[in-house]
Write a protein that binds this ligand. Structure first.
Ligand SMILES: [Zn+2]
Length: 469
């Protein structure tokens, strides 16, 4: 059989891996390639394979870099099954719709410029309607239940502990060539989470795998303990409250926002911080939180116990927590001058309502801007994390007088040690490992560490490369 690496190959975006076995073609993930506008448009529009030639698609999780090109695949004629866990199917629905909205908006923006130059308009890659069609057709499967995706190919999902619904895709394959049959297990890690993250169960380690396709985003870095991130968050809240300031947090709407809300909830219940107002101001985050609430089957024991002990209906709601959807509600937050936490998107402060909150609060030294995730170069989030004294928001210059705090320990990705442990868990049967979803520096460092513990060969396949296994 063959594996063709069509995305997240020597980079961290656009996850797509194609398997050819028993005359069938199975696509693992159908991620959106994120990058410079023109390059991303071309790459996402032109699949390196014929969409109608596929026999099945299996999604590891709902993040856009793993699911975001599905509407385009379907638009170009793919009509067969798309499998995912139940929570991923649910979450992909709102994430793809949101992505469709962004595509439409983006095309409008580009077309205005093209019109000025007398050029023909471009089509959005896909629309909200295209996204809605796909989301409705995903075939949801419970974790650990085996299902046939092609003759001789049984699949099931195992917990990945990364975001709600995230999974490793395990394929038990009986490959038929001529008169002979061989059995093998291929384990695709998806994105691997961490132990001890809020809400979610820990990742399940692979077993009995012959071949491993493993992510390596942080292959060169150890991570600090999630408990440390919890303590740092608590310190930021306490410190800012002493100044009677506000805490403004740009956060990704899905995953990070729910982690923060849960941690703040636990702190309030434990009496570690007062019961202060917390606003979650992002329509996508509000919708995502509803979906988190609808899937308690994905929560870990600790979360269930917390809900039981405190007699809460949910881990993601408390007395002074307000989820705002409408623009009016969002604007009303600015009328208040008392201490509060505002969590809003986008996570890198490039677009969205967070810009209004930053603009209104950045010049007050009582306030804190809290950065809780990696910020890409050239984004406003990065400039804030770098503690620049002056920043531009909506075309105007603002003096940054608010404190900037950064917390690194909230990452939803496994660090180097966990990745080594992941591969080691199946070392006895492991024949070959393929590292994906990582930059070269991370992959090389991890290859080196794996070699030290006796795991090899470990490949780092290039974009569009293929291997026979
Ligand atoms: Zn992910």
């Amino acid at each position: 059989m063959k594996i063709l690496f069509y995305g997240a190959a020597q980079t961290v975006t656009g996850s797509q891996h194609l398997l050819e076995v028993n005359g069938k073609r199975i696509l693992l993930d159908c991620g959106f390639f994120q990058g410079r506008r023109q390059e991303a448009y071309e790459r996402n529009l032109n699949f390196p394979f014929e969409p109608t030639s596929l026999d099945a698609v299996i999604l590891s999780h709902a993040h856009i870099d793993h699911s975001g090109n599905l509407p385009n695949l379907v638009k170009q004629g793919y009509e067969k099954q798309i499998y995912a866990t139940r929570a991923t199917a649910h979450l992909a629905n709102i994430m793809l719709m949101d992505s469709g909205h962004i595509q439409e908006y983006d095309a409008q923006y580009v077309n205005k410029r093209r019109a000025r130059r007398g050029e023909a308009p471009i089509e959005p890659l896909y629309t909200m309607d295209d996204a809605a069609n796909v989301a409705a057709s995903i075939n949801p499967k419970p974790y650990q239940e085996k299902f046939e995706v092609a003759p001789g190919v049984l699949a099931h999902f195992e917990d990945a502990g990364h975001i709600l619904g995230s999974a490793a895709v395990v394929l038990d394959i009986e490959e038929k060539t001529g008169y002979s049959t061989r059995k093998l297990r291929l384990w695709f890690s998806g994105d691997i989470g961490r132990r001890g993250l809020p809400l979610l169960r820990d990742p399940v380690l692979p077993s009995q795998a012959d071949y491993l396709i493993m992510e390596c985003t942080y292959g060169d870095k150890p991570h600090s303990d999630p408990q440390e991130a919890y303590n740092e968050l608590k310190d930021v809240v306490v410190r800012t409250l002493k100044r009677r300031g506000k805490i403004i947090i740009p956060a990704f709407a899905v995953g990070r926002t729910q982690d923060l809300v849960y941690n703040l909830h636990v702190m309030i219940e434990n009496g570690e911080i007062p019961n202060l107002p917390v606003y979650v101001d992002s329509p996508l985050a509000v919708n995502a939180t509803d979906i988190y609430r609808a899937h308690p089957e994905c929560f870990d024991d600790e979360t269930h116990q917390f809900i039981r002990q405190n007699k809460h209906h949910t881990a993601l709601g408390f007395e002074h927590l307000v989820y705002t959807r409408s623009v009016e509600e969002s604007k009303a937050i600015n009328q208040r001058d008392d201490p509060m936490v505002i969590i809003s998107a986008s996570g890198m402060a490039e677009t969205g309502r967070i810009l209004h909150h930053l603009k209104n609060n950045i010049e007050d030294p009582r306030n804190t801007i809290l950065i809780v995730s990696w910020q890409a170069p050239h984004t406003l989030g990065r400039r804030l994390a770098d503690r620049e004294k002056e920043v531009r928001i909506f075309g105007e210059t603002y003096q940054r007088r608010a404190e900037v705090a950064t917390i690194g320990g909230f990452s939803a990705h496994a660090g180097q040690n966990m990745l080594v442990e992941y591969a080691q868990a199946t070392q006895e049967t492991l024949k070959e490992t393929f590292l994906v979803h990582g930059e070269q520096k991370a992959a090389h460092a991890l290859q080196e560490r794996l070699k030290q513990v006796g795991i090899q060969p470990v490949y780092f396949p290039a974009y569009k490369s293929e291997v026979e296994i």
